[in-house]
Write a protein that binds this ligand. Structure first.
Ligand code: HEC
Ligand code: HEC
Ligand code: HEC
Ligand code: HEC
Ligand code: HEC
Length: 471
């Protein structure tokens, strides 16, 4: 580890200075020089690790660090540049390699191999120097060029490393912090299609509220806190350390730091995200099965963002004795779910179409999107004005025998194998990357229906009595 500052004497208590105070100190506190990182060092996340080792470790395993390394990103961008004769330009790197772009080290992302690794991806200094949000999509973030690291701490101890300041754009208590995250998590393509809409969905959700009891920003959910010092320097007080691993859906598909840890965090998030209900009306010679899903934890739709690439689907198996009498959504490992010859398949995703009305996978081909996703949770109690039933239901008809058991689970692939096959076929993606794509099972969605386990109640979809699990 580089020595960027001298070890401090504990007895010399750190001076608590305001934002202006730092400038005063730089001028007047000659006996206590604050060894600041150079502009060059500020750009390097590894330089932060000396004083913020856990922030660094968490970020290193995150998709923010992986954003420009991601082989699927590289493949799609390369193909996009080729197929549009370069018209795609800096569209993709403005979010996936924003620092490298702004430093002029890349213009279109096809030369990212020549860009030093520490300048790729969404880096520390990119987020921490944002001083204005000048739009709602496509990364309209303005960076200050003053070397001041902005964060949510109002009274940082200014003892070395860098100048620092409180910023409402970084403070999870402030609604404006969602604009910092959201304006990158919202993509309008060059053709004008609002393809990724996480921020727009959150803006429309009840979490975007002036009421402090309801208000829930991106950071409230995605950067959980724990009590600890936030800098590894003498005299650092105990504060709220915000986790920077930000697990979502994507995982590293090539060797990458913290790979297993990050994957476990993603699984944990996915496990609690959706709850389900299975209701059965047995008939002689069959049954009607109603399945309900509810977005329990996300502050926007599920899937969100890259919902055109996500594949989230319902696997339903009805059996009588040992025999399967009906199934939907059963796929083998390595088999794309999108092409299943299954008329009942419930696939939650955005389906994108090109100008000719054919299914399209690539940003630059997409002219229109049809969305079939779970809406954000509602905070309005049932019966009150504005209440929207957040349950989304589907009916399956089992013909033949009457099932005595119905098994349900939700499964998710971060990127559809059909999308990856498209990139393999065009020669842009290595088949080994496709093979590395995991399929996650979502624990809270798993149900086993039997008559013994069920209770009789009126179902939301058909409004009739059915035998439902969970009780
Ligand atoms: C030499 C030690 C040192 C290094 C290196 C260092 N920091 Fe800090 N940083 C600190 C200290 C000390 C604090 C204040 C801790 C406190 O008040 O509890 C701090 C606070 C912060 C804050 C919070 C500011 C606020 O007011 O909310 C951010 C953000 C931050 N650092 C980012 C970075 C980044 C990014 C890097 C790498 C480019 C970095 N730091 C490198 C020592 C360092
Ligand atoms: C995607 C944007 C983003 C990236 C990338 C990022 N941070 Fe942060 N960081 C934040 C936000 C937002 C907060 C403030 C959260 C709050 O207070 O609500 C924060 C807070 C901090 C703090 C203050 C202590 C705390 O936990 O609140 C430190 C120190 C810090 N980050 C260091 C780093 C370092 C070091 C890196 C890179 C290794 C990094 N950050 C990368 C967004 C980011
Ligand atoms: C510079 C643009 C940018 C900013 C600002 C930004 N992100 Fe991201 N974020 C990305 C990109 C690009 C990815 C996807 C990388 C990949 O999967 O290859 C990503 C990934 C994520 C993921 C993981 C998504 C998944 O499905 O795996 C989460 C969660 C996330 N960001 C949350 C946040 C939060 C919270 C903030 C604000 C503190 C934030 N982001 C700020 C660009 C940004
Ligand atoms: C109420 C909590 C909550 C809020 C508020 C929230 N999220 Fe999420 N978000 C979740 C959960 C839960 C998931 C699903 C589990 C997962 O994938 O991590 C999720 C998933 C995501 C994903 C991956 C989605 C996908 O399907 O690919 C992204 C990206 C993301 N959030 C970004 C954001 C951004 C940006 C904001 C603010 C504009 C935000 N979130 C606000 C809880 C929240
Ligand atoms: C406005 C910012 C922005 C732009 C522009 C952008 N992306 Fe992304 N990209 C994101 C974010 C944010 C995520 C994470 C989304 C999520 O998890 O839902 C992401 C995720 C991805 C992923 C991860 C896997 C997946 O699909 O979820 C790939 C691959 C990707 N983008 C490719 C591209 C390509 C290629 C382009 C240009 C044609 C592009 N992106 C343009 C912000 C952007």
């Amino acid at each position: 580890m580089r020595t960027l500052h001298e070890p401090r004497d504990r007895d010399r208590a750190p001076t608590i200075l305001g934002v202006l105070g730092l400038a005063l100190c730089l001028a007047a506190c000659d006996d206590e020089p604050a060894p600041l990182l150079t502009a060059e060092q500020l750009l390097d996340p590894a330089a932060c690790a000396e004083c913020h080792p856990t922030h660094y470790q968490e970020w290193r395993g995150s998709m923010h660090a992986y954003a420009a390394e991601d082989p699927v990103f590289r493949a799609m961008n390369a193909r996009g540049q080729r197929e549009t004769n370069g018209a795609l330009g800096d569209f993709c790197v403005q979010c996936h390699a924003p620092m490298a772009l702004r430093l002029g080290l890349t213009t279109d992302g096809t030369d990212l191999d020549d860009v030093p690794q520490h300048l790729q991806g969404v880096t520390c200094v990119f987020c921490h120097t944002v001083d204005a949000v000048e739009g709602t999509h496509n990364n309209p973030l303005r960076l200050a060029d003053d070397g001041v690291m902005r964060g949510g701490v109002r009274d940082p101890i200014q003892v070395g490393g860098h100048a620092m300041a409180y910023s409402p754009l970084h403070d999870r208590h402030d609604l404006r912090s969602s604009a910092l995250c959201g304006s990158c998590h919202d993509v309008v393509t060059p053709a004008g299609v609002h393809l990724e809409r996480t921020y727009a969905e959150w803006l429309d959700s009840p979490f975007n509220s002036d009421d402090p009891d309801q208000r829930t920003t991106c950071n409230d959910c995605h950067m959980p806190g724990r009590r600890s010092a936030i800098a590894d320097v003498d005299g650092a007080p105990i504060r709220r350390h915000h986790d920077h691993s930000m697990p979502g859906v994507d995982v590293a598909l090539t060797p990458w730091p913290e790979m297993q840890a990050q994957r476990a965090l993603v699984q944990r998030e996915l496990d609690t995200m959706i709850v389900s209900e299975v209701c059965v009306v047995p008939r002689s010679g069959g049954a009607e099965v109603e399945v309900y899903l509810e977005n329990l934890t996300a502050g926007h739709s599920i899937p969100s963002g890259a919902a055109h690439d996500r594949r989230l689907w319902v696997e339903l198996i009805a059996s009588a004795g040992d025999e399967t009498i009906y199934s939907s959504g059963v796929v083998a490992d390595g088999e794309p779910v999108a092409y299943l010859p299954d008329p009942d398949l419930w696939l939650l995703r955005d389906t994108a179409y090109d100008a000719q009305g054919d299914v399209a996978h690539m940003f630059w081909d997409i002219a229109r999107v049809e969305s079939d996703v779970l809406p954000s949770p509602t905070l309005v109690p049932p019966g009150s004005p504005g209440y929207v039933n957040p349950h989304v239901g589907r009916r399956y008809v089992v013909i033949g025998e009457t099932p005595d058991r119905v098994d349900l689970r939700l499964r998710m692939r971060p990127i559809g194998l059909d999308v990856l096959d498209d990139l393999v076929d065009s020669g842009d993606l290595a088949p080994s990357v496709r093979d590395a794509m995991p399929t996650f099972d979502l624990a809270a969605s798993v149900q086993t229906w039997t008559m013994d386990a069920a209770t009789l109640r009126v179902t939301p979809l058909a409004g009739r009595e059915a035998w439902c699990v969970p009780q």
